[in-house]
Design a protein around this ligand. Structure first.
Ligand SMILES: C[S@@+](CC[C@H](N)C(=O)[O-])C[C@H]1O[C@@H](n2cnc3c(N)ncnc32)[C@H](O)[C@@H]1O
Length: 187
């Protein structure tokens, strides 16, 4: 670090150029970091063969520089478009290392796609059935409301009471007993 700073103690404010055009040759990332910045960070904080983790890796700048410096790398990225840019950059980095060093390296890439899990919300009819089951299989509409109100889904749907009323009127999983009371329909 001292050598990098012209044999002076490294300052805490670093002035470095923005990413060069060629660093964006496989596509653009809106907040892409300059390779020179990651080069300095990785050399300052890791040794060859160390494992570097970038949990928000974008276009893969950290991984490309890690590979260049002989570090191992694991990156996470949410957007498929950025993962594609990162892979193109990693492949290119490895190709240029091979042609420079004639080293024997294997070009194996593992990309694990883990799409965002969709949170499955229970349906309103399901919530009504659950409420009735908790109430012993039979209850009034207001008792059903009370139970369903405990579910977080009601916080995002202000009109949920109308929906519950419709569910019981349509007899979705419930049987009307008269006098505003309902029982669980047989499965
Ligand atoms: C500041 S950018 C990283 C830029 C990167 N250093 C580069 O040089 O290209 C942050 C990235 O984190 C991604 N991201 C945001 N939330 C995420 C999450 N929960 N899991 C994985 N990636 C995420 C964004 O899609 C974005 O590409």
């Amino acid at each position: 670090m001292k050598r990098d700073g012209g044999d002076k103690q490294m300052q805490s404010v670093w002035k470095l150029p923005a990413p060069a055009k060629w660093e964006k040759r496989f596509g653009r990332h809106p907040t892409q970091k300059p390779e020179i910045l990651l080069d300095r960070i990785l050399r300052a904080s890791s040794q060859p063969a160390d494992l570097v983790l970038d949990p928000f890796c974008g276009s893969g700048t950290t991984g490309v520089v890690a590979a260049r410096l002989g570090r191992r790398f694991v990156g996470f990225e949410l957007e498929t478009a950025f993962v594609k840019i990162a892979i193109a950059r990693f492949k290119d980095e490895l190709r240029s290392q091979l042609s420079l060093s004639f080293a024997c390296a294997s070009e194996k890439w593992s990309v694990i796609f883990a799409p965002k899990a969709k949170r499955q919300s229970p349906s309103w009819a399901q919530l009504v059935r659950e409420a009735l089951a908790q109430l012993g299989g039979e209850a009034s509409l207001s008792q059903i409301y009370e139970r369903v109100a405990a579910h977080e889904r009601t916080r995002t749907v202000p009109t949920w009471t109308c929906t519950i009323r419709r569910v019981v009127r349509e007899g979705r999983g419930v049987v009307p007993l008269g006098n505003g009371r309902y029982k669980l329909a047989a499965a």
